[in-house]
Unconditional design. Structure first.
Length: 473
C-alpha cells in the first residue's frame, strides 16, 4: 500500500469522526463510511471510528468491518441500514438503529454465504435481520429489540443484551409499528445462530424452507413464537430458552428436526399458549427439554413417527395434548405437578411407555422400577370442565376424586402407560444456556428389597382378608 493511499485513509477516518461530532454532518459521515468500504480491497480490514452514521451501508466485497468503540448506523429512509451482498465478510461491533416504520425490508439483510455477523445490536420497527438464499453464515451474540424508539420515561426494560444496552419497549403515542421477526431465514441452509438475544418481536427466530440450520443457546422472550420452523428439514434447536412468549417453539411441516436440552417456560398468558407445538411434524426428536409453567406443555397435532423422550413437563395446566397424532413414541418423560397430565383426541397407535407420572399410585413387585399397575389418564375432569369451565375450582376436591373413580372403569383413554416408572429416571438440571440431563438414578438394593417386602405383605394381608370374608359367608 503506497503512502498516498495510507494518508488518504487516515484523512477520511479523521474527517468521519469530526463529521459525527458536528450537527448537520450525518450525510457526510455516511458517504465517508461507504467510501471507506468501497476503497478497501477484498480481504482487508476496515476499522469504523466511533460515532453515529446515517445508513444505508452496503458491503459487496469480502472484507472485515469492525466497529471501534460505539458505532451506530441509523436508517430513516426506505432502504435497510446494512446490506451484505457478498461472501466471506465479517461484521462486528455495530449498533443498528432502524427508525423506519413497517417497511418490508429488514434492518439488516444478508444475501451471501460464509459470512460472520457478531456482537451487533439491532433496534427495529420491523424485522431485525433477514437471510435470503444465504448459506453457511454465522450469527453470534446479536441482540434484536423490537419496537424501540429513543429512550424516554415511558419505556420499560425487558432484559439486557451482550453490549450493555437495555432492551426497551416504547409506550409512544405515534404510529404503532407492526412487529416483524427477530432473525428471519428464507431459503437459507447450513447457518449457525448462537448466543443471540431477541425480545418483543413477532417471531423470534423464523425459518422458512431452510434446512440443516443450527440454533443454539439463544434466548427469546415476549414474542409470538419464540422459535418458528416452517417447511424445514434437519434443523437443530439446542440449548435455547423461550420465555413469556405465546408459544415457545412452533414446528410446522417439518421433518427430522432435533429439539434437545431447551427451556420453554411461562408461555401461559394467551389461551392458545404452548411450550412446544408440533403440527405436521415427522421423524423428529424432542429430547431432554424442560417444559415448565406453560398453559399446555406439549401439543402434537397430525404428527407421526416422532420421539418424545427424557423431557420434564412440570407445572403446566395440561402436560401433553395429542390430536390426530399416530405412531409417536413417548417414553422416559417426567410429568410433575401438572393440573392435567395428558389428553388425547383421535390419536391411536402411539407408544406411551416408561414415563413417570407423579399422580400415579403404583406397585412394583418384581423390583424393575416400573409399576405393575398401568397408569391410565382419566378424562373425566377435563371433559367436565370443558363443558363447564368454572368447575375448575373443584380440582382435586374430594367429591371430584370420588366421581372420577366412578367413571374410570372402561374409559378406554388413549393416555395409557402400561409400565410407568415408580420414580423419575433422571433429574433435569437447569442451566443458563439450557438444561443438562444428569445421570440416571437407581434405587439402592436395600431400598428395593424393602419396597418389595412391604408390597408382598400388603398383598398377603389383602388376600387373607378376602379369604376370611368368604369363609365367614
Amino acid at each position: 500500500m503506497n503512502l498516498q493511499r495510507v494518508l488518504w485513509r487516515l484523512f477520511i477516518a479523521a474527517f468521519a469522526v469530526a463529521a459525527v461530532s458536528i450537527p448537520g454532518k450525518a450525510t457526510a459521515a455516511t458517504s465517508l463510511l461507504q467510501e471507506l468500504i468501497d476503497q478497501a480491497k477484498p480481504g482487508e480490514t476496515v476499522l469504523i471510528p466511533a460515532g453515529a452514521y446515517q445508513g444505508p451501508v452496503r458491503v459487496t466485497k469480502p472484507i472485515k468491518l469492525l466497529g471501534q468503540g460505539t458505532v451506530e448506523i441509523t436508517s430513516t429512509g426506505k432502504e435497510p441500514a446494512l446490506v451484505i451482498q457478498t461472501d466471506h465478510t465479517t461484521v462486528r461491533g455495530i449498533r443498528i438503529v432502524d427508525k423506519r416504520i413497517n417497511e418490508p425490508d429488514a434492518s439488516v439483510i444478508v444475501k451471501g454465504s460464509y459470512n460472520v455477523l457478531e456482537q451487533l445490536v439491532i433496534e427495529t420497527m420491523g424485522t431485525g435481520m433477514q437471510l435470503i438464499k444465504a448459506d453457511h453464515n454465522i450469527l453470534k451474540e446479536i441482540a434484536v429489540i423490537g419496537g424501540v424508539d429513543e429512550p424516554d420515561e415511558g419505556q420499560e426494560e425487558i432484559g439486557h443484551d451482550h453490549s450493555q444496552h437495555k432492551l426497551l419497549v416504547p409506550k409512544s403515542t405515534g404510529p404503532k409499528p407492526q412487529k416483524g421477526n427477530g432473525i428471519n431465514l428464507d431459503q437459507s441452509h447450513y447457518n449457525q445462530l448462537t448466543s443471540n438475544r431477541i425480545g418483543n418481536m413477532f417471531d423470534g427466530v423464523y425459518l422458512e424452507n431452510s434446512n440443516f440450520n443450527t440454533i443454539e443457546q439463544n434466548f427469546v422472550e415476549k414474542s409470538r413464537y419464540g422459535y418458528h420452523f416452517m417447511g424445514t428439514a434437519d434443523t437443530k434447536l439446542l440449548g435455547n430458552t423461550g420465555s413469556a412468549n405465546v408459544t415457545g417453539a412452533m414446528l410446522m411441516e417439518t421433518t427430522r428436526a432435533t429439539v434437545k436440552e431447551n427451556r420453554f417456560v411461562k408461555q401461559r398468558e394467551n389461551p392458545n399458549s404452548q411450550g412446544i407445538l408440533l403440527f405436521d411434524v415427522t421423524q423428529s426428536q424432542i429430547e431432554n427439554n424442560l417444559i415448565e409453567g406453560n398453559r399446555v406443555g406439549l401439543f402434537m397435532e397430525q404428527s407421526s413417527e416422532n420421539l418424545f423422550k427424557g423431557n420434564q413437563l412440570e407445572k403446566n395446566f395440561i402436560g401433553m395434548q395429542l390430536k390426530e397424532a399416530a405412531y409417536n413414541e413417548v417414553t422416559a418423560n417426567q410429568f410433575i405437578s401438572n393440573v392435567i397430565q395428558g389428553q388425547a383426541q383421535a390419536s391411536k397407535e402411539n407408544l406411551l411407555e416408561g414415563n413417570y407420572w407423579d399422580t400415579m399410585q403404583g406397585i412394583d413387585l418384581d423390583g424393575d422400577q416400573h409399576s405393575d399397575i398401568p397408569y391410565e389418564m382419566n378424562p373425566f375432569f377435563l371433559a367436565l370442565t370443558g363443558a363447564v369451565p368454572p368447575y375448575q375450582l373443584f380440582f382435586q376436591a374430594p367429591g371430584f376424586v370420588f366421581l372420577e373413580g366412578l367413571f374410570t372403569s372402561g374409559t378406554g383413554t388413549a393416555i395409557r402407560d402400561p409400565r410407568p416408572l415408580m420414580a423419575p429416571a433422571k433429574t433435569v438440571l437447569v442451566a443458563t444456556d439450557g438444561i443438562l440431563p444428569a445421570e440416571q438414578t437407581e434405587e439402592q438394593p436395600e431400598e428395593r428389597t424393602w419396597v418389595m417386602s412391604i408390597s408382598a405383605c400388603l398383598l398377603a394381608l389383602t388376600s387373607l382378608g378376602i379369604y376370611m370374608g368368604v369363609r365367614q359367608k
